[in-house]
Design a binder for this molecule. Sequence first.
Ligand code: KIV
Length: 266
Amino acid sequence: MDPSVTLATLRRMKTEQSPIVALTAYDYSFARLVDAAGVDVVLVGDSLGMVMQGHASTVPVTLADMAYHTRCVARGLSRAYLMVDLPFLSDTDDRAALESAARLMKEGGADMVKIEAHAAQAPVVEALSRAGVPVCAHFGLRPQRVGQLGGYRIQGRNEDGARQVLEDARALEAAGADVLLVECLSAAVTARVHEQTTLPLIGIGAGVDCDGQILVLQDMLGVTQGRPPRFVHDFLADTGSVQAAVEAYVEAVRNREFPRPEHSFE
Ligand code: KIV
């Protein structure tokens, strides 16, 4: 069996310019399948609120929901690195974030927590890092803030927005984040983040200039209802079986055939 993926593996992959393949999963069966297909990072995303629970956003997802799905996924993994979201309002200060991370790691088996953050939340990232919690900082579009944003919008499209994103990247890296994840960013701004960071940078809807890519499993299998976002490709339609679809996604990311320019935003 291949050795388990660790944070050191992700750092090495960045150095060697070997693309990191990430995908969400929320249960044991799919965790096994994506692990066997060679996915490097499995995210138990709070997107489970939408694709598993049928909510209109990720806001209603609780820490108990995340802990439950994390336990299910952890049982299915033998190689992949397990990243788990801190859900909405579970990370409002150092203490809350530490307690939430403790639950996801000790009870759930998470290897790393992901926090939706901008520069102002850098102190919380710092507290997690100081306590020994591996942290992925998720910025650009932060879906937990959809209420404030007034919808899911591409970030960093004007100079002020771009400056804010670059400042977020700098502050979160300085605070001790181990991995950065950018969502729905103009491709040009992603390229600027990639240029300035030393951390593995994973993108979704953020263009090609990343060290890795992630999608929501249901999106890349074409089972999410409604019109898919521009950055999604339906791999099941190309292949005809779930296993072959996940394998095709892994290969496409590894070979830099996904995303293509048409999946990016200007
Ligand atoms: O919750 C999630 O699935 C995510 C991905 C969209 C990156 O945060």
